[in-house]
Design a protein around this ligand. Structure first.
Ligand code: SF4
Ligand code: SF4
Length: 98
């Protein structure tokens, strides 16, 4: 299952940089988790990193997104493939022509 952030969130900014999948973002009011990017940290860590650091324990599982471990692993693999397919600036890009 993906995780979710409840309205107990105090917008402390601590969890967002800890997410290895860039699944956490600041929504209109509080931080939110994109269920298409959250793998419960499967593929990266043994425990959900956001849960480890949240000072108010407001990150439960999202029961609207029931997924078993294999499904989370497949999501991790998809995200890795997408990251590798992203265009990388060519070496020397931006330098004036000689
Ligand atoms: Fe990101 Fe892991 Fe938290 Fe999911 S459980 S939002 S992948 S830090
Ligand atoms: Fe909100 Fe917890 Fe993330 Fe802080 S760590 S922004 S309280 S969800």
């Amino acid at each position: 299952m993906a995780l979710m952030i409840t309205d107990e969130c105090i917008n402390c900014d601590v969890c967002e940089p800890e997410c290895p999948n860039e699944a956490i973002y600041l929504g209109e009011v509080i931080y939110e988790i994109d269920p298409n990017r959250c793998t419960e940290c499967v593929g990266h860590f043994d425990e959900p990193q956001c849960v480890q650091v949240c000072p108010v324990a407001c990150i439960p599982v999202n029961r609207a997104h029931v997924e078993d471990r294999e499904t989370l692993w497949q999501k991790y693999r998809r995200l890795q493939a997408e990251a590798q397919a992203a265009p990388v600036p060519a070496a020397g890009a931006g330098k004036p022509a000689a």
